[in-house]
Design a protein around this ligand. Structure first.
Ligand SMILES: Cc1cc2nc3c(=O)[nH]c(=O)nc-3n(C[C@H](O)[C@H](O)[C@H](O)COP(=O)(O)OP(=O)(O)OC[C@H]3O[C@@H](n4cnc5c(N)ncnc54)[C@H](O)[C@@H]3O)c2cc1C
Length: 403
């Protein structure tokens, strides 16, 4: 595998960096926890910036022009993702739209769905969320109970979803529903695109340990969904859901490496500026080893990301090996944030708003938010089962299918 970036791609990176410096509002570059209580403001800023990126040809860089893309290369798309992830934390709002929904629609959607939804997603007109999990269907996603009953040219949807990131600002949701309760559970599922403004959709934010209400419950009460919003065939939604999850794991990998490099640089800065027994902590051999280990881990993650990328560059679909990166980045981030708190000592517990908090509570926020990393997108235990069964070919854990 050749890990070097071609001169043409390097030139593309420099051009994009120049464009970013000139065109992105400075408030967009603030850490996202700073405005954790202002989700409508975040959504507004996101749409404004997404539209600018779209107009300048920096969204959907490698996607077909007939759906609003630029017809460029996957490497150019990666360069844009890396640069934005490193400099503009709000990009996670489009993680779901661009990382999960668009690739699923491009590979499994109808021509009409691609033409209707992809351009609006690229321009920021539509923000998407993911409605998979339910109170009794998380790891065991096939256990979904939310029902969709066909009634002429529409489906009537009833049920409850939970933990749905940014559902409170989303325009549309990809939802896994049960269309046939009388067959083995993963055979009776379908995959619908639901307008979040439809009558009967109720969204209730859930406050997290960080104090931020980033995810939600969604209730569907006799919600009418046009039948042409079905992706794939009725009762074949399981395979479409798996496609979305494979993209979720592999794209998470790509956007997290530059974010973590920035986080590690912040922690190295923190270790240089924090004194213990009169000396900067960065001089302590124990912390030097910890920081070096984190940098080495990051390089492992980067190399694994390139391996996944080379699969995509060959035009192949992401496979179950995306679970390796998912385990690695989520556990890495927890180690990273724990190191920051160790360096800070008791100050590490102080949250945003405390006059004694360093960096306005950034490290405490990041530490608490990282706890969810090993759960979201499928838990570490479930990823291990996937690697064991589908990558290494070990015997099945159980009859249960996993998220
Ligand atoms: C921050 C965050 C954001 C999220 N965003 C979304 C979203 O946008 N959309 C969405 O649909 N969902 C979202 N989720 C939900 C997430 O996908 C689920 O929480 C996850 O799949 C686990 O499901 P669960 O919570 O029901 O736990 P359970 O499935 O009940 O698992 C409980 C425990 O049992 C273990 N376990 C379960 N099955 C097995 C097994 N077969 N082998 C070994 N151990 C097992 C798990 O590892 C876990 O430790 C989000 C979650 C978090 C934390």
């Amino acid at each position: 595998m050749d890990l070097s970036i071609s001169p043409a791609d390097q030139a593309y990176r420099s051009k994009f960096r120049g464009w970013l410096n000139e065109n992105l509002p400075t408030e967009f570059a603030k850490p996202d926890y700073m405005s954790l209580d202002d989700w409508n403001g975040k959504a507004r800023t996101f749409r404004e910036v997404q539209l600018k990126l779209f107009a300048a040809g920096y969204t959907g860089v490698h996607w077909p022009t007939e759906y609003g893309g630029q017809g460029g290369t996957l490497m150019q798309h990666i360069i844009v993702t890396e640069e934005l992830s490193a400099s503009h934390p709000l990009r996670f709002i489009d993680g779901l739209s661009m990382g999960l929904v668009a690739p699923t629609l491009l590979s499994r959607g109808t021509e009409a769905q691609k033409k209707e939804f992809i351009p609006k997603l690229l321009s920021g007109e539509h923000i998407w969320c993911q409605g998979f999990s339910e109170p009794n269907a998380g790891s065991d996603l096939a256990n979904v109970k939310t029902s969709a009953v066909r009634d002429g040219d529409k489906y009537i949807v009833n049920g409850q979803k939970v933990w749905n990131t940014i559902a409170h600002i989303a325009d549309y949701c990809v939802v896994v529903v049960r269309t046939n309760p009388n067959v083995p559970k993963h055979k009776g599922l379908s995959y619908l695109l639901i307008d979040m403004k439809s009558p009967g959709v109720i969204v209730r934010p859930i406050k997290q340990i960080t104090e931020d209400a980033e995810y939600n419950e969604i209730y569907f009460d006799n919600v009418e969904v046009p039948a042409d919003r079905l992706v794939g065939q009725e009762n074949e939604g399981w395979n479409i859901a798996i496609t979305t999850l494979m993209f979720e794991r592999i794209m998470g990998d790509i956007s997290t490496v530059p974010v973590f490099q920035k986080g590690l640089n912040n922690i190295i800065r923190l270790a240089s500026n924090t004194l213990r027994k009169g000396k900067p902590i960065i001089k302590d051999p124990i912390y030097r080893q910890k920081l070096a280990r984190l940098q080495v881990d990051l390089e492992v993650m980067r190399t694994n990301m390139y391996r996944n990328l080379s699969t995509l560059l060959k035009g192949e679909m992401p496979g179950p090996e995306g679970s390796i990166g998912k385990i690695f980045w989520s556990e890495f981030n927890q180690r990273l944030q724990e190191t920051a708190l160790e360096i800070m000592g008791p100050y590490g517990q102080l949250m945003k708003g405390s006059k004694w908090a360093k960096d306005d509570g950034r490290f405490a926020f990041e530490f608490l938010r990282a706890r969810g990393n090993t759960i979201e997108g499928g838990t570490t235990e479930v990823q291990k089962n996937i690697i064991g069964e589908r990558v290494l070919g070990l015997p099945k854990d159980s009859a249960r299918a996993s998220k």
